[in-house]
Design a protein around this ligand. Structure first.
Ligand code: NAD
Length: 397
């Protein structure tokens, strides 16, 4: 297949591009490289020394003998060029990773809120409008988040995207239909993923686009079989308070002798997926595009759920690190239960690796190799959107 990977220079997009290329697909990465710009804005860098994208692509060609194309392009702002690229390549599938993906970053300031909405909603809408304008029959595979469901303590396995509801009509007859699961975004970032869902629903119904929306859990780990082939292919590994996701942050904290910073009681339960399972899911989703009909196919891309305090205990046990409970900067329930269905991907052949101790230890060791690159001052989460905490901070300053 000819596949365009939007956001193919990022944490999930890079290893996914390599996996798809190795499976024989012709890959073109489209990326504005804004993520590297944001690192400069925040004064941080990936734990792992990541080469420039052109250097990565040269290394891939040398190691595998296959080429991956690159179009530098901002999907949210350069619609005309996007149309041109789609028209030139006429892709069979487009994987859309190209969004601002950190909840804390989206809540730092009004500027960051507005940037996240402008970038994410426009990137998604430009893509859908461009596919429609060019008239290409490309299967759109989007990376959404499990976070759109919210974290109410509902004693059910979360379904995959839709909720079946029944309601009486005026005559008292009962009707049954599927509706998009009501979203409960916990940040402006999650809000953009909720808005994306409506865009997909509209374009699937109105324009007949084939769309898969993957509700992904928190990704942990960094290296895959392909990124391990050569040091120049190494994946990025974020550990800072904005972009470092919880388990990866614990692994780096453990590696450099910092306490594992658990927000609040650590009673939050979240969905997780290893990066190797994530790239496996992307390939399964892309290669099953013929199954997608006129309704958006939503698949929960997660393999397990864990309580944050349990994860901290596992990492502490493996590394000898201590656990430190810090004020929760987020506005979220301190304790919740969560379980979710992932039948779609399992039925397509997902064979999860899951939370294996040897993989956790390998990531801690990788972090130890690069420990000198860690900036400890950037590890704590500074972005705070817990109203009570913000008010308390303001009265003490
Ligand atoms: P990332 O920030 O590492 O990568 C995103 C890439 O998209 C970057 O290379 C960035 O430069 C590019 N990009 C952003 N806006 C763009 C634009 N307007 N035009 C062109 N390129 C643009 O993020 P990631 O961790 O790889 O996440 C990829 C997707 O997966 C995101 O949509 C995210 O919401 C989703 N996701 C990630 C996780 C996770 O734990 N990392 C979990 C759930 C969902």
């Amino acid at each position: 297949m000819r596949i365009i990977v939007l956001g193919g220079d990022g944490f999930c997009g890079w290893p996914s591009s390599l996996r798809l290329a190795l499976r024989g697909h012709a890959i073109t990465i489209v990326d504005s490289l804004v993520r590297r710009e944001i690192d400069r804005e925040l004064g941080v860098d990936s734990l792992t020394p990541v080469n420039s994208l052109p250097e990565r692509l040269v290394a891939w060609r040398e190691v595998t003998g296959t080429s991956i194309g690159f179009e530098p392009l901002d999907v949210a702002t350069d619609y005309e060029r996007l149309v041109q690229v789609l028209g030139d390549i006429r892709p069979d599938a487009i994987v859309h990773f190209a969004e601002q993906r950190a909840a804390p970053y989206s809540m730092k300031s009004p500027t960051h809120r507005r940037y996240t909405v402008d970038n994410n909603v426009n990137a998604t809408h430009n893509l859908l409008a461009a596919v429609t304008e060019v008239g290409v029959n490309a299967h759109v595979v989007h990376l959404g988040t499990m976070g759109v469901y919210g974290y109410d303590t509902v004693p059910m396995d979360l379904p995959e995207g839709y909720l079946t509801v029944s309601y009486p009509d005026r005559d008292g007859d009962t009707h049954v239909r599927d509706i998009l699961y009501p979203t409960q975004p916990g940040s402006v970032y999650h809000l953009t993923k909720s808005l994306d869902q409506l865009l997909f629903q509209f374009y699937a119904v109105n324009d007949g686009l084939r769309i898969t929306d993957l509700h992904q859990g928190i990704v942990w780990g960094s290296q895959t079989a392909e990124t391990s082939l050569d040091s120049r292919l190494v994946n990025r590994f974020d550990y800072d308070g904005d972009y470092g996701t919880v388990l990866n942050r614990f692994l780096v904290e453990a590696a450099v002798g910092l306490p594992l910073t658990v927000h609040g009681s650590g009673g939050q339960t979240r969905a997780f997926i290893n990066i190797n399972d994530s790239v496996q899911c992307i390939a399964l989703a892309v290669e099953s595009g013929d199954d997608v009909g006129d309704r958006v196919r939503v698949m929960n891309q997660m393999t397990e759920t864990h309580r944050v305090s349990d994860l901290a205990a596992i990492v502490a046990e493996l590394s000898g690190a201590v656990v430190s409970h810090v004020e929760n900067p987020r506005r979220e329930a301190e304790v919740n239960d969560l379980s979710a269905r992932n039948d779609h991907l399992v039925n397509l052949g997902l064979d999860p690796i899951g939370l294996r101790s040897d993989l956790l230890v390998a990531e801690i060791e990788l972090a130890r190799v690069h420990a000198a690159r860690v900036k400890p001052a950037h590890v704590p989460a500074e972005s705070c959107w817990n109203r009570e905490r913000v008010a308390a901070r303001e009265t003490t300053t």
